[in-house]
Design a binder for this molecule. Structure first.
Ligand SMILES: [Fe+2]
Length: 198
């Protein structure tokens, strides 16, 4: 492994510790997003070791910008009002700024993971393949983990409910090819209960 990549991995570990301290729930979610994204990438045939390393770093740190958002908004139970929602959306920009010393493939995951395939996402309303591949992968993993996770203010969806929502979002929120591959993985898990869910 080259020296630059080793340095980026070391810096990722430092930032992961920071996120763990300030936002432990976000860090747990980010670890799940990381694992799910790596499985999707494997199924997509992404084999380049450097690209996979960028995916690991970017997914672990995709919500890093949340350390700059007030805890009262991050931990607010229930719906956010318009002002709070506008503030929370900025975590993509803040995360991107904090990752500017990383390769662009890494910082773009933080910046674009809330973009939508139909162009209705944020911060820029990019659509389709304007959104970098690694960010499109992270988006599917991010939403899936948020749906199935239990939070103080919402119960996690079942696997079947999550698959239904992913299908509904195919071609709208998500890249249809990526979400199709992921749904097939989930269906394999549903058929074989001996496999530990993602
Ligand atoms: Fe996010």
């Amino acid at each position: 492994m080259n020296k630059t990549l080793t340095n980026h991995i070391r810096n990722t570990q430092l930032l992961v510790k920071r996120l763990e301290q300030k936002r432990p729930l976000t860090m747990r979610h980010s670890c799940n997003v990381n694992k799910i994204s790596c499985r999707i990438a494997q199924k997509l045939g992404v084999e380049d070791e450097t690209e996979l390393a960028y995916l690991r770093m970017g997914t672990l740190l995709h919500d890093l910008g949340k350390v700059d958002i007030p805890t009262s908004i991050i931990d607010k139970p229930g719906l956010l009002n318009n002002t709070e929602y506008c503030i929370i959306m900025k975590h993509t920009i803040f995360g991107h700024q904090q990752l500017r010393s990383f390769p662009i493939e890494v910082s773009q995951i933080a910046l674009y993971h809330h973009e939508r395939y139909d162009g209705q996402g944020y911060p820029y309303g990019l659509n389709g393949e304007q959104i970098p591949l690694l960010a499109r992968i992270c988006s599917v993993a991010d939403v899936y983990d948020a749906m199935v996770s239990w939070r103080p203010y919402h119960k996690g969806k079942s696997l079947q409910e999550a698959i239904y929502e992913l299908e509904r979002g195919s071609g709208r929120q998500f890249d249809p090819f990526i979400v199709g591959i992921f749904i097939n993985q989930l269906l394999d898990i549903e058929c074989d209960q001996s496999i530990v869910p993602l």
